[in-house]
Design a protein around this ligand. Structure first.
Ligand SMILES: *Cc1c(COP(=O)(O)O)cnc(C)c1O
Length: 369
């Protein structure tokens, strides 16, 4: 099977480096928020070209901590997208604020600025932009829009590690960026992990407090915090894996470039291509089709695994029943949820596997149409 994740095909030298890093942590006898965490935070901040990185337990917590660090809570509204991992919406709810869902641009899957504007009320305090599938686009426009509305721009970078527009890395356009290092992300730990990046020293300080019980000095608690500490083992493993991120990203972009040129089935639509290669790190390569079930089955028979990101728009989740949306509804998100399909685009794919995916997609003919 040509699979969506290539852990078992990673070069053996990575495992060797991970084992060495693991041994170092075990022999240090220091396990949580220590030197390895500090080192990874500084490497991650450096990689993103920003002043502060704060390691936390996962991406959901990173978003909740950012919201709380900028003072968002009960009575406030936060606009975001329905076409995201549900964690984005859960973070807003956990901060005590009220999520409001805007519609997407069907050409990219990213938020539609006009729909966002229809969602604004006097209670709107922030916008969480999700760089879904790995693409970062039109950031100057989003900064201008959020500045003119007087709301905080927060970036959910869980799918876009290293994506840049111009010289600026995602996560540094707004007040702060949230990363997940869940194993399947472009930079993944060997378990759960996450980080916040920001140029704002106050937000970084608040985040450091909130992740560790709201503690300033030992046993002194200034705010009601949480336990979202990053452990030494994950931090050490992330530092090792960060050394491979650029080459893995390049491979994802190479595979995507072939798909964009060579997929030529009229029943399969490609999303808009990025203006510059660096704007898309292809966490996922997503196509849309009116024959999704048939195409997915055709690919399965041809030995190609696919997944759907996401089959259920957030407003249709049972857990989120009654959630507020654009007053004109979310027709593009609903259609996307019914038609999108993610093809394998992970860095361990061989050239012949990429060719096999392309051949399988191009040989698809819908039945009964
Ligand atoms: C994975 C993901 C998250 C959540 O990250 P976790 O580490 O699983 O909590 C949030 N937003 C998006 C867009 C994601 O893809």
């Amino acid at each position: 099977m040509i699979s969506m994740n290539g852990f078992s095909q990673e070069p053996p030298e990575i495992i060797e480096a991970e084992l060495a890093a693991t041994r170092k942590v075990l022999e240090s006898h220091y396990y949580v928020l220590g030197g390895q965490v500090t080192e990874f935070e500084s490497e991650w901040a450096n990689y993103c070209g920003i002043e502060h990185a704060v390691g936390v337990a996962n991406g959901l917590d990173a978003l909740e901590i950012i919201l709380r660090s900028v003072g968002i809570g009960p009575g406030d509204q936060v606009i975001t997208t329905p076409m995201t991992a549900v964690a984005t919406v859960l973070a807003i709810l956990r901060s005590g604020a009220t999520p409001v869902l805007a519609d997407i641009d069907p050409a990219t899957g990213l938020l539609d600025p006009e729909s966002v504007q229809r969602c604004v009320t006097d209670q709107t305090r922030a916008l969480i932009l999700v760089h879904v599938y790995g693409q970062v686009r039109n950031m100057a426009d989003w900064v201008t829009l959020s500045d003119s509305l007087g709301i905080a721009l927060i970036e959910d970078c869980a799918q876009s590690h290293g994506a840049r527009e111009g010289d600026t890395s995602c996560g540094s356009f707004g007040v702060a960026g949230a990363f997940s290092f869940y194993p399947t992300k472009n930079l993944g730990a060997i378990g759960d992990a996450g980080a916040i990046i920001t140029k704002n020293a106050d937000i970084a300080e608040q985040a450091r407090m909130l992740r560790n019980y709201g503690q300033t000095n030992r046993y002194e608690h200034k705010v009601v915090g949480m336990n979202s500490r990053l452990d030494e083992l994950q931090a050490a493993l992330l530092t090792v894996r960060l050394g491979y991120l650029d080459s893995f990203t390049q491979r994802r972009q190479e595979i995507a470039a072939r798909y964009l040129v060579e997929i030529s089935n009229p029943c399969v639509r490609l999303l808009a291509t990025p203006l510059n290669a660096s704007e898309h790190v292809y966490h996922l390569f997503v196509v849309t089709t009116d024959y999704r079930e048939q195409l997915q089955e055709h690919l399965r028979v041809a030995g190609v695994e696919t997944l759907i990101h996401y089959p259920i728009s957030a407003d249709h989740q049972e857990a989120l029943a009654g959630i507020a949306t654009d007053p004109q509804g979310l027709p593009h998100a609903h259609k996307h949820a019914k038609t999108c399909l993610s093809l394998p685009c992970q860095p361990q794919l061989t050239d012949s596997e990429v060719a096999a995916v392309i051949a399988a997609v191009n040989s698809f003919v819908p039945q009964g149409s």
